[in-house]
Ligand binder design. Structure first.
Ligand code: SAM
Ligand code: DTB
Ligand code: SF4
Length: 335
């Protein structure tokens, strides 16, 4: 089993990232096999429960009110609408439903009460629930946890140094503080970022340094390739080379060996062969279903076809004991 470390230095991360690509993939694949069943992939379904009209200025985001994008603004969905979507996701083979809201932060009002009802209802359908609703106070985090939220997604997005180039309406410390509240309330942490926004390799690695410095490590780390959306300040960013995505996933796998690494946004621009290399490099989760929050994602059947070609299978919900996200040694031995 690999050691869990919280003290990776930037130099060590650079050495990992810059080694010959196939060496890096081989090392990451080895770490992956020591800690997970490499044929198992966790499948999440995403649903935007409140779309657009957000007060923040995140440069990548089509849901920020200040940018002219084609996103159709929608107020908070009803519990029934969300239940219907959860049933579809479950029948499609997802183990987790992730509810996203275009909010800066949660407010203590009837919308929040409705989200708590959504969470309780989805749990009764046997799906893990993840929420991504913006910043949380300690008290709000506890309410979500009590309602049965399994994971809270709150991304650091990039390094602290680059953060201010992309977002000015909140700080890196605000993000870290919400993560602290999530941890305190007993939910698992899902936190990662985006590559392809114009950041340097050091910025990508700086983010991994911060994430791997958290103790315990986040249980899941989504790595998104920027989806450059018309109307956002980042609309003209060139697509990130797939080799960067593979390197980023591999380094994430090596430095957080027991964390679920999610190959997140950006798969519409990736071939099956490219995605196969990402799985080889240690990715073991995806968002499935033909829509992310507002942008397209591969169709569910296409992903199941890819799984069948690669010999991968979807992980069952609540599979591992005590929210650890990875098998115990005896569970691994049985797989
Ligand atoms: N409003 C909440 C927040 O910002 O935490 C939750 C929803 S927000 C859309 C969730 C995450 O989606 C962001 O932190 C960002 O990492 C990712 N995201 C948003 N737009 C994206 C894009 N165009 N390409 C890739 N990832 C994106
Ligand atoms: C994450 O890291 N990626 C997901 C999820 N967390 C919420 C969101 C991706 C959004 C891509 C742009 C869109 O569809 O609006
Ligand atoms: Fe709002 Fe979240 Fe989009 Fe930022 S990423 S503009 S906070 S919805």
């Amino acid at each position: 089993m690999s050691d869990i470390r919280h003290n990776w230095t930037l130099d060590q991360l650079r050495n990992l990232y810059n080694q010959p690509l196939l060496e890096l993939v081989y090392k990451a694949a080895t770490v992956h096999r020591q800690n997970f069943d490499p044929q198992e992939v966790q499948v999440s379904s995403l649903l935007s429960i409140k779309t657009g009209g957000c007060s923040e200025d995140c440069g990548y985001c089509p849901q920020a009110a200040r940018y002219q994008t084609k996103v159709k603004v929608h107020k908070l969905l009803s519990v029934d609408e969300v239940t219907e979507a959860a049933t579809r996701a479950k029948n499609g083979g997802a183990s987790r439903m992730c509810l996203g809201a275009a909010w800066r932060e949660v407010r203590d009002n009837s919308d929040f009460d409705r989200v708590l009802d959504m969470v309780k209802t989805i749990n009764t359908h046997g799906l893990e629930v993840c929420c991504t609703l913006g910043m949380l106070t300690e008290d709000q985090a506890q309410k979500l946890s009590d309602a049965g939220v399994y994971a809270y997604n709150h991304n650091l997005d990039s390094s602290e140094e680059f953060y201010g180039d992309i977002i000015t309406t909140r700080t890196y410390d605000d993000r870290l503080n919400t993560l602290k509240n999530v941890r305190k309330a007993g939910m698992t942490i899902c936190s990662g970022g985006i590559i392809g926004m114009g950041e340097s390799v050091d910025d990508r690695l700086g983010m991994l340094k911060t994430l791997s410095g958290l103790n315990p490590h986040p249980e899941s780390v989504p790595i998104n390739a920027l989806v450059a959306v018309e109307g956002t300040p980042l609309e003209n960013q060139p697509p990130v080379p797939i080799w960067d995505m593979i390197r980023m996933i591999a380094v994430t796998r090596i430095v957080m060996p027991k964390t679920v690494v999610r190959l997140s946004a950006g798969r519409m621009n990736m071939s099956h062969e490219a995605q196969a290399l990402c799985f080889m490099a240690g990715a073991n989760s995806i968002f499935a279903g033909d829509k992310l929050l507002t942008t397209p994602n591969p169709a569910f059947n296409e992903d199941m076809n890819l799984f069948s070609i690669l010999g991968l299978r979807s992980r069952a919900p609540f599979k591992y004991a005590n929210k650890s996200e990875q098998p115990t040694e005896s569970e691994l031995a049985k797989s």
